[in-house]
Design a protein around this ligand. Structure first.
Ligand SMILES: C[S@@+](CC[C@H](N)C(=O)[O-])C[C@H]1O[C@@H](n2cnc3c(N)ncnc32)[C@H](O)[C@@H]1O
Ligand SMILES: [Zn+2]
Length: 277
């Protein structure tokens, strides 16, 4: 009989326990036989049966629910972000450890791992428990953690690469977590990102387009070396994908709008891939 999700996760966490640090007292952490992650100061975090560890130190409310993350997985699995992965993969040649901050349901890390020529040790962190539960269920051989990037449970200088895919950044924390030669890869939307959806929903509204200028400026302020790759691609989509695209954005569309999105025949991915070190 094969190992359970939890047993596989315990093994993976144990092998990579050096990456962890207590989010409460900052001591080193150890993984016990039953998967409990525990520091020298006896702060303890249990392994869930799905194979993730909740290391939140305070309660938060997330606007992302289970069905939103299920929609995100289907959209990501449809290869919509293929051209973005090509740019990221070019940066992963010497990367041995990668952390996805605000990883959601984890599919980007999985897609990258499948395409990478060499295997890397991977962890994903998100404050949204629903996302991490799905990540752990679908991708057992990665270290999935419910946690807040502002109080992250990782040791200093642990990662060669930090991925920050359409998620909020924390540059102080990124700097602490990166190795000396480590880099951050941040994906931010550009003005054409999913524009067909916004046109459908926000006719005559200022919400129709947005600028990422401030985000890019802040990124540049935080790194000595920055390169920016713009990826713009319009792809045909199946009629099933439109409603899923509408559902994966946390804007509380009404269901009629999601059904209407079934009329979309194509969608544009338009992002900046920012690389900083
Ligand atoms: C737009 S979603 C992107 C999710 C995923 N990267 C993707 O592309 O499908 C932003 C994610 O950032 C997470 N997030 C927001 N603030 C966070 C924090 N302080 N620490 C960890 N995750 C956070 C949210 O819970 C959410 O899953
Ligand atoms: Zn502790």
């Amino acid at each position: 009989m094969g190992l359970s999700k939890k047993e596989r996760a315990i093994t993976y966490f144990k092998e990579n326990e050096a990456l962890l640090q207590c989010p409460v007292c900052h001591e080193a952490m150890h993984v016990e036989e039953n998967g409990t992650v525990c520091c020298d100061g006896r702060h303890m975090f249990d392994m869930a049966k799905q194979g993730y560890v909740n290391m939140m130190t305070h309660a938060v409310t997330s606007m992302y629910d289970k069905s939103l993350f299920e929609a995100r997985k289907q959209v990501i699995d449809s290869n919509l972000y293929e051209a973005v992965y090509a740019v990221i993969l070019n940066e992963l040649h010497d990367v041995k450890t990668i952390l996805d901050t605000g990883c959601g349901e984890g599919s980007h890390l999985d897609q990258l791992q499948r395409r990478a020529t060499e295997q890397f040790v991977a962890s994903g962190i998100d404050i949204a428990k629903e996302g991490i539960v799905q990540a752990a269920k679908n991708y057992p051989d990665m270290m999935w953690i419910v946690g807040d990037l502002a109080k992250s449970p990782y040791a200093s200088q642990s990662f060669d690469c930090i991925l920050n895919f359409l998620s909020p950044a924390n540059y102080t924390e990124f700097r602490r977590l990166l190795t000396d030669t480590g880099k951050v890869i941040k994906i931010v939307p550009q003005e054409g990102y999913l524009h067909q959806l916004r046109e459908l929903f926000f006719a005559d509204s200022s919400k129709e387009s947005y600028s990422n200028e401030k985000t890019v400026t802040r990124f540049r302020e935080n790194f000595e070396n920055v390169t920016v790759h713009r990826v713009t691609k319009t792809m045909p989509i199946t009629k099933e994908l439109g409603p899923l695209l509408a559902h994966m954005t946390p804007m509380g569309w009404h269901q009629e709008k999601e059904i209407e999105a079934g009329k979309l025949t194509e969608i544009t991915i338009d992002v900046d891939v920012l690389i900083g070190y």
